[in-house]
Design a binder for this molecule. Structure first.
Ligand code: KIV
Ligand code: NA
Length: 275
C-alpha cells in the first residue's frame, strides 16, 4: 500500500509509529521499500555520507534531483521526501516554490523538506498552496551549523524550549504535514508531539515522537569516523563489507577466484581450430 501524507496523519492518530530512513540510490531504496518502511528521505546528508563533504552546505539542487530520481525509481510504497538544499529556499518565496517544484517534477518525490521555523513559514505556506506537501525540520538544523557554532542539542533552556514549541505550532499553522525534530531533549519532543496535530519524526529526540528517522549508513554501521549518541547500529555492515573486499582481493591474488562455476565454456572443437 502506498504511504501518503494522509496515511502519515492516520498513523499519528492511531499511535502507529511512522518509520523513516534516508536513502540516496535505487538499490538501497528498493531494499527499504521491500522491508516495509513508511517513508524515505533523500536527505541533503548525502553531501556528507555519499559525497564526502564536511557538512551539508555545498549540496546543490542538481545533486538533490539526481539522487531523488534514483530513490523514487526504487521506492514503490514508501513516501519519498526530497530535501531542499542550502540556499534553495532561503532567498525568497518565489525561489523556494520554483526549487520545490523542480524537486517534485524532476526528482519525482511526493513531498519536500526544508529546515527552519517561523522564518520559513511564508515558504511552507506558498509551497503547500502549490500542492507540494512540506515536511518541516526544527531543533538542530544542520544547514545552520555556522550559526549554532557546531552540532548541539537544541531547546535545553526555558527560552529555547518555548521557542521550539512555538516553531512547531507555527509550521503546523503554515501547512506542514509533518515535522522532523532533530537533537531535542526527549521530554520536550514528547510535549511538542502532544501539542500539535501533525506527526513528529524524531532523530535524537526520544521515543515520544510519532515516528523515527536515521541516516542509513549510521544505523547499518557503515561509518567509523563518528557516531552520534542517538544512533543505534542495527548491524555492522561496514565490517561485513571490509571482510568481503579482503576475501575478494585474497582469492583473486591466489587464483581461486574465478572458479570454474564462474567461467564461460567453449567447445574443444572450436579451440582446436584456433591452432
Ligand atoms: O539530511 C538528512 O538526512 C536529514 C535527516 C537527518 C532528518 O535531514
Ligand atoms: Na537534511
Amino acid at each position: 500500500m502506498k504511504n501518503t501524507v494522509s496515511t502519515f496523519k492516520e498513523q499519528k492518530v492511531k499511535g502507529d509509529k511512522i518509520t523513516m530512513l534516508t536513502a540516496y540510490d535505487y538499490s538501497t531504496a528498493k531494499l527499504m521499500d521491500q522491508s516495509g518502511i513508511n517513508g524515505i528521505l533523500v536527505g541533503d546528508s548525502l553531501g556528507m555520507v555519499m559525497l564526502g563533504y564536511e557538512n551539508t552546505l555545498p549540496v546543490t539542487m542538481e545533486d538533490m534531483i539526481h539522487h531523488t530520481r534514483a530513490v523514487t525509481r526504487g521506492a514503490k510504497d514508501a513516501l519519498v521526501v526530497g530535501d531542499m538544499p542550502f540556499m534553495s529556499y532561503q532567498v525568497s518565496v518565489e525561489e523556494a516554490m520554483y526549487n520545490a517544484g523542480r524537486l517534485m517534477k524532476e526528482g519525482r518525490c511526493q513531498a519536500v523538506k526544508l529546515e527552519g521555523g517561523a522564518s520559513v513559514c511564508p515558504q511552507i505556506k506558498a509551497i503547500t498552496a502549490a500542492s507540494i506537501p512540506v515536511m518541516a525540520h526544527i531543533g538542530l538544523t544542520p544547514q545552520s551549523v555556522n550559526v549554532f557554532g557546531g552540532f548541539k542539542v537544541q531547546g535545553k533552556s526555558e527560552e529555547g524550549a518555548k521557542k521550539l514549541i512555538e516553531e512547531a505550532k507555527a509550521v503546523e499553522e503554515a501547512g506542514a504535514f509533518a515535522i522532523v525534530l532533530e537533537c531535542v531533549p526527549a521530554k520536550l519532543a514528547e510535549i511538542i508531539s502532544e501539542s500539535i496535530n501533525i506527526p513528529t519524526i524524531g532523530i535524537g529526540a526520544g521515543s515520544g515522537c510519532d515516528g523515527q528517522i536515521l541516516v542509513y549508513q549510521d544505523m547499518l554501521g557503515m561509518v567509523s569516523d563518528f557516531t552520534p549518541k542517538f544512533v543505534k547500529q542495527f548491524a555492522k555492515v561496514g565490517d561485513v563489507m571490509k571482510e568481503a573486499f579482503a576475501a575478494y582481493i585474497e582469492e583473486t591474488k591466489q587464483g581461486s577466484f574465478p572458479a570454474p562455476e564462474h567461467t564461460f565454456k567453449i567447445s574443444e572443437d572450436v579451440i582446436n581450430k584456433l591452432y
